[in-house]
Design a protein around this ligand. Sequence first.
Ligand code: SF4
Length: 190
Amino acid sequence: MSMPDNARILSLIERLGNLVRAEGRASGAGLEPVHRDILGYLSICNRYSDTPAGVTEYLGATKGTTSQSIGVLERKGYIKKSPDKEDGRVVHLSLTPKGRKLSYAGAVPDGFAGALSDLNPGESETLARLLSDLLAGVQRRTGGRTFGVCRTCRFFRENSLPGSHQCGLTLEPLSDGDSIKICREHETAA
Ligand code: SF4
């Protein structure tokens, strides 16, 4: 692919991102785009990834900025913190009912949702696959984590425990629900 094509793709992705963020901000309960990104992340990440460190890595932000955003969301009642059952130094973040309402599906701005619905199902699927391949490629090349879906991880062991799947890294059971969440420890299967 030629350089002008690359520049055009980058410009289109940036313009889309800016438009979606501006629309989200206009309809957004006084929250900044980064706050909505955190709520969206917490709605789809698994139990190994719902920590301040997981959020920081996912956003590619600094620890201080992320910690301020988490504080705002906690004060506004969108998320709550709870200590890890085995390691009291680790804190897990979860959405409150108010936070869940604003997260993920509810956070797709109307203009963007409408434009997507003009695509046919095959086009949407291809677009989602290409964008996720592009994202994984950039993350690989910049040393970032892939945050892929558990089911596609090289450690995922389907049905390997009685009544459940298993994580080959932690050896803990994984439910069907866990298997479609994203994980900070994810490594793409060869
Ligand atoms: S199998 Fe991979 S993605 Fe799933 S929980 Fe384990 S490390 Fe995370």
